[in-house]
Design a protein around this ligand. Structure first.
Ligand SMILES: O=C(O)C1=C[C@@H](OP(=O)(O)O)[C@@H](O)[C@H](O)C1
Ligand SMILES: C=C(OP(=O)(O)O)C(=O)O
Length: 423
């Protein structure tokens, strides 16, 4: 997925004025696929995201015996008897590497699971230990990381388990999503520093309940009863985290961007953009046309705890570098285990353009300074491409390395970006 050519991030010629329709949510699409694979009948997944992360999930489920077929813009999923032998490639998708192994443990046969070199470094051990305690046989050579083999026996006992999910909420979501199919369901208790990404855990619970599962929650506690998973129709919302760079463009250029189809109620963390961009000085309005963000001229930095919405950090950091006052983004130590060490990558790339960013133990401090053009490295991280594009609106001469890596969640990004700038 790498290319040696860079992408010249376009400078905004003036205030943007655009409506940007966004493809489906990665997080909802990959949860919908897992639940559909475990259901007792077919599911129509409406308006799913088609990107590297979701195509890898679809391929992984097909390898286990699930039928995932295009039906126009939708996906029709027909569950089958889960079976190995199978080889699964998770790429660099956290959702695939954490949601698929519990499903593999329900299969009959061996499932080998591997991914990109960086995926082998992302937090995984607590999930493997938990699965082992719940009755799975996994051979990971003692590494607690990819690659590993799940020796599925056609079912899993389940029951109570304690896990340290401070490295990633997905370690919990993975256990919960497959749990209706465990013989005893599951009771997951978290022990350790705080679990990040609370909205994503709420999304897991909401989507399980919508599929008919019985879920109880407490503080750092989730209980899913054993029982059937219903098929039917699951509509995927637009990806609100992928709205960040487009709405941010309104702020940077003093323009206006509308995202149609913004849900009135949602568990997506991107919904927090409304408050975050407003506190930077944007005017945010909700109407029949969608969510509109208007930049009113200059904009200020923020002091924000992003623990719940960590995936918004790269774009917010780019905005912070262009703001009128300093920013502190905290609660995000776990971003060191994302697609790349995002704290280190953002500091390195902002400072290479003349910026003043530094790492905090759990975040970033960014002081706006005049920036210059240069090559912006993206570390196989889709959100580094998005951050670079935001900077490029105001800073001439930014050349984005390996722009294709944005296809992890938004393959049409450069087209959408150019169309937004053209109005
Ligand atoms: O469950 C999910 O769909 C996600 C959870 C979050 O992971 P972490 O809790 O590891 O940050 C988020 O950053 C990721 O983009 C998607
Ligand atoms: C952290 C992210 O992805 P993943 O699902 O791979 O964890 C992200 O999309 O910002």
């Amino acid at each position: 997925m790498t290319s040696t050519q860079t992408w010249p991030a376009p400078v905004a010629a003036g205030p943007v004025d655009a409506t940007v329709a966004l493809p489906g949510s990665k997080s909802m699409t990959n949860r919908a696929l897992i639940l559909a694979a475990l259901a007792d009948g077919p599911t129509l997944v409406e308006a799913p995201l088609r990107s590297r992360d979701t195509l890898l999930m679809a391929a992984a489920l097909r390898a286990l015996g699930v039928d995932v077929e295009d039906e126009g813009a939708d996906w029709r999923v027909r569950p089958g008897a889960l079976r190995g032998p199978a080889a699964v490639d998770v790429g660099l998708a956290g959702t695939v590497m954490r949601f698929l192994p519990p499903v593999a443990a329900l299969a009959d046969g061996e499932v080998t699971i591997d991914g990109d070199p960086r995926a082998r470094e992302r937090p995984m051990g607590p999930l493997l230990t938990a699965l082992h305690r719940l009755g799975a046989e996994i051979n990971d050579g003692g590494r607690g990381a990819l690659p590993f083999t799940v020796r599925g026996r056609g079912g899993l006992a389940g029951g109570p388990v304690t896990i340290d999910a401070s490295g990633s909420s997905q370690l919990v979501s993975g256990l919960l999503l497959a749990a209706p199919r465990f013989e005893k369901g599951v009771e997951v208790r978290h022990e350790g520093p705080p679990v990040p990404s609370a909205p994503h855990l709420a999304m897991t619970v909401a989507m399980l309940r919508a599929a008919g599962a019985s879920v109880e929650t407490g503080t750092d506690l989730w209980r899913v009863a054993s029982g059937p998973v219903r098929g039917g129709v699951t509509a995927i919302e637009p990806d609100l985290s992928n709205a960040a760079q487009f709405l941010g463009a309104a702020l940077v250029t003093g323009g206006r961007v509308t995202v149609p189809g913004w849900p009135a109620e949602t568990t997506q963390p991107g919904d927090a953009l409304r408050g975050l961009l407003a506190s930077m000085g944007a005017e945010v309005t909700d109407g029949p046309a969608g969510l509109t963000v208007r930049g009113t001229g200059g904009f200020r930095g923020i002091d924000a705890d992003l623990r719940e919405v960590g995936e918004l950090t790269p774009v917010l950091a780019a905005l912070a570098a262009l703001a009128d006052s300093p920013s502190r983004l905290t609660g995000i130590a776990h971003l060191r285990g994302h697609e790349t060490d995002r704290l280190a990558a953002l500091v390195a790339e902002l400072n290479a353009l003349g910026g003043d960013a530094r790492e905090l133990p759990d975040g970033l401090e960014i002081r706006p300074r005049p920036l210059r053009g240069g090559v912006f490295r993206t570390y196989d991280d889709h959100r580094m491409v998005m951050a670079a594009a935001v900077l490029g609106l105001a800073v001439p001469g930014i050349e984005v390395e390996n722009v294709a890596t944005v296809g992890k969640t938004l393959p049409g990004f450069t087209g959408l970006w150019t169309a937004m700038l053209e109005g």
